[in-house]
Design a binder for this molecule. Sequence first.
Ligand code: ADP
Ligand code: DAR
Length: 386
Amino acid sequence: MSLHFIKTLSKLFQHHKPKLKLRMAQDKRKCRQSCITKALSDGYDALVASDSKSLLKKYLTKEIFDELKEKTTPTFGSTLWDCIQSGLMNFDSGVGIYAPDPEAYSVFARIFDPIIEDYHIGFTSKDKHPPLDWGNVNSLSNLDPSNKFIISTRVRCGRSIEGYPFNPCMTENHYKEIEEKMMKVFECLKGELKGTYKPLTTMDKCEQEKLIDEHYLFKEGDRFLKAAKACRFWPTGRGIFLNENRTFLTWVNEEDHLRIISMEPGGNLGNVYRRMIEGVNAIEQQMKFSRNERFGFLTFCPSNLGTTVRASVHIKVPKLSADKNKMESVAQKYHLQVRGTRGEHTESEEGVYDISNKRRLGLTEYQALKEMQDGIIEIIKLESSM
Ligand code: ADP
Ligand code: DAR
């Protein structure tokens, strides 16, 4: 092949390169879209045929499916597949849907809204989450002063950092950036909050297992999060901050950008709540959280929107827990969630249950805590009377 011919070819390619690149990008997009369309329709048919009890199955009608299946979010191009892939691959999901980015809550509102209304027990598409209100911390008591029932108390909230998408749309750099920013924030924590950040990338397996076993660190390889593409680039950018007494923790880049956690042995809910508030306020001095006009604080999972607060006890109530109906009715009355010892989708170990508030949206932080407190007091009263 002559030099002249090669030079002519390369000039031709340079001239048409932008159009060629555009054409390749369009073909790639078309190919991705057709793969998604096929995965969506096969996945939807399987979900409909399954015995799944998820809220996704309950509310994703054919009409809504057809209306949403071609939609994408404007900034990150998230699709309906990105939202529901976890629920399509895990029929035992309770909820079955996540928001890949903040815009998904409005672009795919037709499926998010009914699921949100059901999960948060009455937050309709017309409702707006109230402003943050920590309430009067001193009015929350020690739920078990004689230490007969409650092993430990924990209050956590989730925070998404302004300017970053949620897990499925995050790049490896996003994970690194958030971790680097948070390491600087943690260095400024003082007094009771002072402590050390431990990146998962440098944590040895024994320490990791011990921290998980002692209920400090998040589990690894949650299949629901994995299916939701929330574990990419793992363990890059993931880690845990612990204060010196291990009563104030922060998870970085697990399910949400941040999980800010306060916990201690016993039932002193007021003290645990006070410490979490101090931690949130200290972090908020340096980081801007994503807050939505209608949904309050935004999170990856719709079950955590609003206050994002879960207040929980690890509690042993052997008589009440033996009477499933009785436990279920008190949980329903006080909007409580009864889970196994290690949270979601786990069993009780040695009769220890994780009992927490279920509602997080449409009420204030204080009201969520109060609802949990009233429920736990009732549970202890029932156990003592049996
Ligand atoms: P999610 O709400 O995303 O399911 P949680 O915030 O409930 O996650 O955190 C679950 C983890 O927290 C589990 O490892 C569980 O063992 C631990 N946990 C929850 N409540 C308590 C508690 N009262 N005492 C000790 N550990 C707890
Ligand atoms: N496991 C998913 C999520 C349920 C809500 N809990 C969260 N977000 N940690 C499910 O649909 O069961």
